[in-house]
Design a protein. Sequence first.
Length: 102
Amino acid sequence: MNYRMRVDKQLAQPQQRYQVNIVPRQGPDYDEDTFDSLDKALYEDIHALLLRLSEGEFDIWEALEEVCFQISFYFWFLCSVSVLYFAAFDWVHIVDLVQKIP
């Protein structure tokens, strides 16, 4: 059973909605020294998604899909940067070794 079929089946069932009182805040609170700019951006995106979810703007599955996308993009970016870093690091050592060949 794929995702769309599960969603259609869930939507066909009667829904019970619970009202949750959320006190909106100006923004997420984070320590400037703890997070770098990429961490802050991810944290703010997830915070905004959770606020939109609490206001009933979209359902939990859409929110989870968006959060998973944000997190996967974040880890993809970190892996790409680390691969580029190690490739550059290795390239410097290869050039150094080639120059030492008599």
